[in-house]
Design a protein around this ligand. Structure first.
Ligand code: URP
Ligand code: ZN
Ligand code: ZN
Length: 463
């Protein structure tokens, strides 16, 4: 199978140029002008961008959570991903009590097997940090191909600070990266008690219960542990300007603190919780949506380099049937999370590049090239000879009005309903195979379930 993309604008982190891109047997084989190649498929890409496929390193596929499961399985989730121009995702495998990290990885792989339509990898989430589990970090980094480890400072499955220190020590030795959901559990617990006493239980109070301070404190604490151990950390779903200050403060002193944010924290704000008809529940996620001031600060952090990655935290629950299953009268029981994998690239381009908040090159970095580097995906993330032919042919002028009806995620709403974006994928290739295409008014999946492969990742090489 071969494909020749002709006269497109190839975009890298440092610039753009017009070229042909030829891919064969899943790899990019040559890039140049007027390439003299015969191919099974030849596409005129004049006026289109040739982008590396987006990588989403933060998804929750079929995750057991808050009395239910996040709704996308590996088939629906990766179909939606492909339709949004995402050609690789890294999901969390949530360790169960008594399980080894390897067992957890194999369990999640079995769930993905035969279903994934694009390539995927896994981050073990450390839930049961027994001494032998901490020792397993070495194998996870050097053998299993999963050198990043998620820990939560909140939820029932949070770990304590001692565990974080032990993990930082261990990952430092073997090129591992600890990813942290940073919120102060006790501050939130206190706020929950105060709000319960005042009978403030509507979705809006979810946001009140998790103040910016709770994120700021947790990031500060985690950064100090990084400083003490000389290790490195990656803050997931950074949401607030105060949190960003703490990331920046640490980085300015040479402490290796990296950060990811998500479209919801860039594009949406806390006013959403006030929508009528209990609509606010659609945005119950942790951390919560913040103020417009935080939106602005996060774009600035992304532009300036203190935030290195944009991911989705894709974790969908139906508005009708899941969000209201237990939580109608109490925000604490509304499953936390929102859908987003399909809208990642379109939002970042439209809200970021088109509106002049980041350059196109920076977008490629935070959605693909930098993400691949951060997570050791050595064959992904760049339009370069030798890399996997994970490619998006992107029309920067195409318009699409986001609506749940035209998306593929297995959920009954999108937080971006009615928003018109400028710029859409036209063709999406995963290892040289076409998996999605634009039909004129929406994306269509044209790949095959089960073709996606588990990707072993390399230890952290520096950033
Ligand atoms: O609300 C969220 N973010 N749900 C998914 C779990 C997590 O904390 O990432
Ligand atoms: Zn989280
Ligand atoms: Zn998450």
């Amino acid at each position: 199978m071969s494909v020749l993309l002709k006269s497109g604008t190839v975009v890298t982190t440092s610039g753009r140029y017009v070229a042909d891109v030829y891919a064969e047997d899943g790899k990019i084989k040559s890039i140049g002008t007027n390439l003299d190649k015969k191919a099974d498929e030849v596409v005129n890409c004049k006026g289109k961008y040739i982008l590396p496929g987006t990588i989403d390193p933060h998804t929750h596929i079929a995750m057991p959570f808050m009395g239910t499961y996040s709704q996308d399985d590996f088939e629906t989730g990766t179909i939606a991903a492909a339709c949004g121009g995402v050609t690789c995702l890294v999901d969390f495998d949530m360790q169960m009590k008594g399980e080894s990290l390897l067992d957890a990885i194999e369990r999640q792989k079995a769930i993905a097997d035969g279903k994934a339509c694009i390539d995927y990898s896994l981050h073990p989430a450390v839930i049961d940090p027994r001494p032998e589990v901490i020792e397993e970090v070495k194998k996870a980094c050097l053998q299993y191909g999963t050198p990043s480890f998620k820990i939560f400072m909140v939820y029932d499955f949070r770990v304590d600070d001692g565990t974080m220190i032990r993990l930082l020590e261990e990952t430092k030795k073997y090129g591992g990266l600890v990813q942290v959901h940073a919120e102060n559990f006790y501050m939130i617990q206190h706020m929950n008690a105060v709000l319960a006493k005042e009978k403030k239980l509507a979705p809006y109070y979810h946001a009140v219960s998790r103040p910016n301070l709770a994120e700021e404190e947790a990031i500060y604490r985690a950064s100090k542990m990084v400083e003490m151990t000389g290790s490195r950390i990656y803050i997931v779903h950074l949401s607030s300007k105060e949190g960003l200050w703490k990331v920046k403060e640490a980085r300015d002193r040479g402490v290796q603190v990296y950060a990811e944010t998500c479209p919801q924290y860039l594009v949406l704000d806390e006013s959403r919780y006030k929508e009528p008809k209990w609509n606010g529940a659609k945005y119950v996620m942790s951390p919560p949506l913040r103020t417009k001031e935080s939106n602005v600060a996060l774009w600035e952090g992304l532009r300036g380099g203190d935030i290195q990655v944009v991911a989705t935290d894709h974790c969908p629950f139906d508005f009708k049937g899941k969000k209201d299953m237990f939580g109608k009268d109490d925000y604490k029981k509304i499953p936390n999370g929102a859908p987003g994998i399909e809208t990642l690239l379109m939002l970042l381009h439209s809200e970021g590049v088109v509106k002049g908040r980041i350059t196109l090159e920076r977008m490629v970095d935070v959605l693909a090239t930098g993400t691949a580097r951060m997570f050791g995906l050595k064959d992904k993330g760049e339009i370069a000879v030798g890399r996997d032919a994970d490619v998006v042919v992107f029309d920067p002028k195409a318009k699409f009005t986001i609506t749940q009806k035209k998306l593929h995620m297995n959920v009954d709403y999108t937080p971006y309903e009615g928003m018109t974006v400028t710029g859409m994928p036209m063709l999406v290739y995963s290892r040289g195979e076409k998996v999605a295409e634009w039909t004129g008014d929406q994306m269509k999946f044209v790949g095959k379930p089960g073709r996606g492969r588990f990707v072993k990742r390399e230890p952290f090489q520096g950033f």
